[in-house]
Design a protein around this ligand. Structure first.
Ligand code: NCD
Length: 355
């Protein structure tokens, strides 16, 4: 596997192997300190990031490799109007593996489709964020001892929170997982994610009140309301403090529930919760580097390339999702896949084509 766009690009066996490798690196980091000697990682970050970019860079440096890249679109030729595919094509001449973050949904797919070099989606707008998911899976596995038979509460911005979309996709393949989706109506999960859960016959419940559901959760995954993705800033201000996890709400939770958050946190977890032994979000951030080390190593060794554009596509009109990469790049073909119900989805952002 040379392209990681969504967690579904990994089989559960590959995920198990990555988590096992991350465990071995945690136990004996010195044994991996020169595994990537002479290799270069390029971090192409068209959108601001602290944790993800630094954890990718730290991962490569700890493997003995080197890093280059940029940390904002202004510092790249995107500012001159270059397409993401052209940028990636050029960068593959300078690096062995690319980690790319972009504010547009589907940007990683558009870039990966045109290159040979391994590419990791480090977040494409409100769409997917598979390496945060690997971080989350390693955290769950290490702290709960299993990836099955868990009730997972996801709370906050489930519409624009790409970490939520990727985590649901990954966990849907394990036995006995039940999701409780806690959000205001305006920030419910996108249709493509809901449809996948329904098609898989997956148990989930959508509620608005955190207090009503917290008592049944083994894991509470809090998320930030993604202000930068709102068209209407007043709506953001109205919704941003809708859920604040504090000590009083933690009293309603199981004694062994863990609280996760991809970070950065804004107001959604009161700092008083940090001292609760159930708060796992800083441990989670630490696990991110180890799982990225495992991923970089595995992808550099992989001989098989995976398709990022499915085989049977149709060319239709413009995608109506205002956040899709095709809204920014006229030269991208308007490609769609059709499911058995006749619903067409954009191959880049996965939003439904309305005709
Ligand atoms: C998340 C992201 O970038 O989507 N952060 C991260 O990867 N650590 C969550 C967020 O920005 O809210």
């Amino acid at each position: 596997m040379k392209k990681l766009i969504s967690p579904l690009d990994l089989s559960t066996t590959e995920i198990d192997q990555l988590l096992a490798l991350a465990d071995r690196i945690i136990d004996d980091p010195a044994a991996y300190a020169h595994k990537c000697d002479g290799k270069i990682l390029a971090t192409l970050f068209f959108e601001p990031s602290t944790r993800t970019r630094l954890s990718f860079e730290s991962a490569m440096l700890r493997l003995g490799g080197k890093v280059l890249g940029f940390s904002s679109a202004n510092a790249s030729s995107a500012a001159k109007g270059e397409t993401v595919a052209d940028t990636a094509r050029m960068v593959q001449c300078y690096a062995d593996i690319i980690a790319m973050r972009h504010p547009r949904e589907g940007a990683a797919t558009a870039a990966a489709a045109k290159i040979e070099c391994p590419l990791i989606n480090a977040g494409d707008g409100g769409h997917q964020h598979p390496t945060q998911t690997l971080t989350d899976l390693l955290t769950i596995h290490r702290l709960k001892g299993r990836l099955n038979n868990l009730t997972i509460g996801l709370c906050g911005d489930l519409k624009f929170g790409r970490t939520v979309h990727s985590l649901i996709r990954a966990m849907m393949r394990y036995e006995g997982i039940r999701f409780v989706l806690v959000s205001p109506r305006e920030l419910m999960i996108p249709d493509y994610v809901r449809e996948e859960m329904i098609a898989a016959g997956y148990p989930f419940r959508e509620v608005e009140n955190l207090e009503d559901a917290i008592g049944e959760m083994d894991i509470l995954y809090m998320t930030r309301v993604q202000g930068e993705r709102f068209a209407d800033q007043e709506e953001y201000l109205r919704l941003r403090d809708r859920y604040i996890l504090d000590a009083a709400k933690m009293k309603l939770a199981k004694p062994d529930m863990i609280v996760m958050h991809p970070l950065p946190r804004v107001n959604e977890i009161a700092t008083e919760v940090d001292d609760d032994p159930r708060a796992a979000y800083f441990k989670q951030a630490n696990f991110g580097r180890f799982v990225r080390m495992a991923l970089i190593l595995t992808m550099l060794e992989s001989k098989t390339d995976n398709r990022v554009i499915p085989e049977n596509t149709e060319v239709l009109g413009n995608c109506q999702n205002p956040h899709c990469i095709t809204q920014m790049e006229d030269s991208l073909p308007r490609l769609y896949t059709r499911n058995e119900k006749g619903v067409c989805r954009c191959v880049y952002c996965e939003h439904e084509y309305q005709g």
